[in-house]
Ligand binder design. Structure first.
Ligand SMILES: Nc1nc2c(c(=O)[nH]1)N[C@H]1C(S)=C(S)[C@@H](COP(=O)(O)OP(=O)(O)OC[C@H]3O[C@@H](n4cnc5c(=O)[nH]c(N)nc54)[C@H](O)[C@@H]3O)O[C@H]1N2
Ligand SMILES: Nc1nc2c(c(=O)[nH]1)N[C@H]1C(S)=C(S)[C@@H](COP(=O)(O)OP(=O)(O)OC[C@H]3O[C@@H](n4cnc5c(=O)[nH]c(N)nc54)[C@H](O)[C@@H]3O)O[C@H]1N2
Ligand code: SF4
Ligand SMILES: [Mo]
Length: 716
């Protein structure tokens, strides 16, 4: 079962929303450490053991997935990092004290910067960092290091949906409505999302609707669907154009809405007009009848949603693909209407907050553009520096990683909250680039594959040991609360940044390490930005208020702003208040199967593991559930390749070769294989993935490459 329910909180819970009558307390109200759903939990101790229970929080309502239930195992995992490590001249990581570690890092950073300039030092962040950490990391890069070289793993995640959402609506927030709104939906189109495995408790909000699922695989989500469209990987853009074509030709458009609330339909239609159903069937493999059925279902329902996930986005045309689904939603009149809408299911725990608080190469806090003179002046004033001291935009995540140690590229990298040795496209090349650096510093609490390559490893606190805020997939800001202090020897990311900043000559007051203080500064910095947090405070959150950004500070004497659970009800965020259609057309994936590599490979997630697996592969129950990398393959395709169930296969692309155990899946397309990306060593799916990037979002094409499969032999 992918999700289970527990009725009882742990003994003696307390905190906002604690069941009434609860005595005080060893349990705290907090949230799961993993995905963007940020399920509400009670965390407490029973007989000396940390236990987690789901709370009645609106996104999970008493449910958790297997990862959430087993998360306490992370706190005392035997592999936990407890001391800073410095690589000695023989190449071994040796235990060191904090002063020595921070002095070493600061000295070496200063020398590299003095010799090669500020852009010789780079920073790589993560969407799992709290808002406070993401904010201070961006400030540290721009102010203490003066580098433009900062980006984060969210570039691999929702950046295409963000680009398309910003262009269409003038602002991008994963879901512009609370998850609970989905409860009343009649029909929901899910394009490239598998929430039954990636956000199981979300499924209870989808249970009342008929689902239309677009996925090359018959996933657990697709199994619950009223209609499953199974396109060839990388052809969603053609499919979305075809659905728009049918919506128009079958009279499903909302003409009044089109005139009142949108611009640009004609130019979008000029492209969609050429995508008649038979042509769409030829390109995507989705039968005409299924296309018609999808449009009929969407057209006849009153309350309907279009939601996109990574399957639609992680393509070299991900931005245009999401734009095509938004065009469809706009033609039907869904966005900004009560009871209907478009949304992107974000991914990481703080995927939303992580992308609007300043660790993205082109952004300053508050979802401001780093190229906008007004935004630079505002942020520089809060930071106490001159606007011209702030660097400009830097390269995107893959481009940054690819340039490490190259002539003119960065010679030092600081990683906070990512494991690119496993999760970056063409991982073997990225591993080489990391090894070519003069200095690699990794802050983590797990000995991730990337940490094990580092020159200096800094052991940091994790979720249940720290305070902070996270912004979930609905743009709702949540409090992360600590159950107990960190184990000895461990410091918070905020402490690490402060310690380094001071050693690099920054005034201490510029880099506070108390989460509450950082949040207070973040409020001022985001004030007036698109993602305005200035009206949100720990006090309001602790009183149990549900605050979705934008939540501007109220003028003196006025009541506090209630936050914005639903965006766009009156107007979109463009100056004229209207949403924009975008003229997009289909194009092929960067790499197509050929004689040498005859199959499509696509990659994604399994229920039991999270991301690069650095955390979940160390949780015994999760490792037992999914111990090694596997290859989903159609039985006929396997037979032709000489492969049987349970055997090891070699999967090769033009970039490299991975090894995985064969799983025969009769419902899969015969031209497509699938690999999860959670595993290490030669099980890494990213040994084969493509490095093609979307030209606008710079998101990699994780979801399509061309491969060959064959039996694995020890000598091959
Ligand atoms: N168990 C688990 N849950 C997670 C995570 C995790 O690692 N593990 N990570 C979290 C994060 S950061 C994210 S971003 C989300 C991601 O959540 P999802 O987007 O649901 O996850 P994926 O498995 O990456 O991709 C979804 C589906 O896209 C399909 N797909 C592949 N190629 C194509 C294509 O060309 N077109 C279409 N339409 N579909 C395609 C895949 O078969 C897959 O079933 O999950 C979050 N939740
Ligand atoms: N082939 C393929 N590759 C993919 C994807 C795919 O679908 N297919 N999906 C992509 C997507 S959507 C994503 S989001 C990325 C994610 O991939 P990664 O960026 O590698 O994400 P994680 O595995 O979550 O790595 C987070 C690391 O940071 C540590 N960590 C967690 N919290 C903190 C913290 O607060 N501070 C510090 N200092 N460290 C912390 C964890 O222990 C872990 O080692 O992978 C991408 N890669
Ligand atoms: S769905 Fe996401 S937030 Fe909820 S328990 Fe699972 S991993 Fe945690
Ligand atoms: Mo993600």
């Amino acid at each position: 079962m992918s999700e289970s329910r527990s009725p009882a909180p742990p003994a003696r819970p307390a905190g906002p929303g604690a069941p009434s009558g609860a005595a005080a307390t060893s349990a705290v109200a907090t949230h799961c450490p993993y995905c963007a759903l940020q399920c509400g939990t009670w965390l407490g101790r029973e007989d000396g053991t940390v236990v987690v229970r789901p709370s009645d929080f609106p996104v999970n309502r008493g449910g958790l997935c297997q990862k959430g239930w087993t998360a306490p195992a992370l706190l005392d995992t035997p592999v936990r990092l407890h001391n800073p490590l410095i690589r000695d001249p023989r190449g071994t990581l040796e235990t060191a004290g904090w002063h020595q570690a921070l002095d070493t890092v600061a000295d070496r950073l200063r020398r590299i910067r003095d010799a090669h300039g500020p852009d010789a030092v780079a920073v790589f962040g993560g969407g799992g960092l709290t808002n406070e950490k993401a904010y201070l990391l961006g400030k540290f890069a721009r102010v203490a290091l003066g580098t433009s070289r900062i980006d984060y793993n969210g570039r691999f995640c929702m950046s295409s949906a963000a680009a398309a959402g910003n262009a269409a609506f003038g602002v991008d927030r994963g879901l512009p409505f609370p998850v609970g709104d989905l409860d009343d939906a009649e029909v929901i189109l899910l394009a490239g999302a598998n929430p039954a495995e990636t956000m199981p408790p979300l499924m209870r909000h989808l249970a009342g609707a008929e689902l239309i699922v677009i996925d090359p695989r018959r996933t657990r989500t697709a199994e619950t669907a009223a209609l499953h469209l199974q396109p060839q990987p990388g052809t969603d853009l053609a499919l979305a154009l075809g659905l728009l074509h049918l919506a128009v030709t079958e009279g499903r458009m909302d003409e009044g809405y089109l005139h009142r609330r949108t611009v640009g339909f004609d130019s979008a239609w000029q492209r969609a007009v050429a995508w008649w159903p038979e042509r769409v069937e030829r390109v995507t493999g989705v039968p005409v009848a299924a296309q018609r059925e999808a449009v009929r279902m969407l057209g006849e329902a009153r309350r309907r949603y279009v939601l996109t996930g990574r399957g639609a986005e992680q393509h070299s045309k991900g931005t245009d693909t999401v734009a095509a689904f938004i065009n469809l939603a706009l033609a039907l009149g869904l966005p900004g209407r009560a009871g209907s809408g478009y949304g992107c299911l974000t991914g990481q725990g703080n995927g939303q907050g992580g992308r609007e608080l300043g660790q993205k190469a082109d952004q300053l806090p508050g979802y401001r553009s780093i190229a906008d003179p007004g935004a630079r002046a505002h942020v520089a004033a809060v930071w106490g520096v001159a606007p011209q001291e702030l660097p400009g935009p830097g390269p995107s995540a893959y481009e940054l990683l690819d340039s490490l140690g190259q002539p003119g590229g960065p010679r030092a990298l600081l990683v906070f909250g990512s494991n690119p040795v496993v999760s970056a496209p063409r991982a073997a090349r990225i591993t080489e680039r990391l090894a070519a650096l003069d200095l690699l510093v990794v802050a983590d609490f797990m000995p991730s594959e990337t940490a094990l390559l580092a020159d200096v490893v800094l052991p940091v606190t994790q979720w249940a040991e720290e305070e902070g805020t996270m912004t979930n997939l609905e743009g709702r800001v949540l409090r992360r609360r600590r159950l107990s202090g960190p184990p000895p020897g461990v410091r918070s990311d905020l402490d690490v940044l402060r310690g380094l900043a001071i050693r690099l000559g920054q005034p201490p007051e510029r880099f506070p390490a108390a989460p509450h203080q950082v949040f207070e500064e973040l409020r001022r910095t985001t004030r007036g930005g698109r993602a305005d947090y200035s009206g949100i405070s720990y006090e309001r959150l602790d009183a149990g208020e549900a605050l979705h950004w934008p939540c501007p500070a109220a003028p003196p004497g006025q009541p506090p702003h209630p936050g914005t659970p639903r965006l766009f009800l009156d107007r979109f965020a463009h100056p004229d208040g209207r949403a924009r259609f975008r003229a997009v057309d289909h194009r092929d994936a960067a790499e197509l199967p050929d004689g040498r590599f005859p199959l499509y490979a696509t990659t994604g997630r399994a229920l039991a593991h999270y991301q690069s697996g650095a955390q979940t592969r160390e949780v015994p129950e999760l490792l037992a559930a999914e111990p090694e990398s596997y290859l989903e393959v159609h039985p006929d395709t396997a037979e032709r390749a000489g492969l049987a169930e349970g055997e090891l296969a070699r999967i090769s692309s033009a970039r490299g070769t991975a090894v995985a155990r064969v799983r025969l899946v009769p419902t899969l397309r015969a031209d497509t294989v699938f690999l999860p990306f959670h595993f290490t060593a030669d099980g890494r799916a990213n040994l084969i993935t493509s490095t093609a990037l979307d030209p606008e979002s710079h998101m990699p094409e994780f979801k399509v490459c061309a491969v060959r499969i064959e039996p694995w032999t020890a000598t091959a």
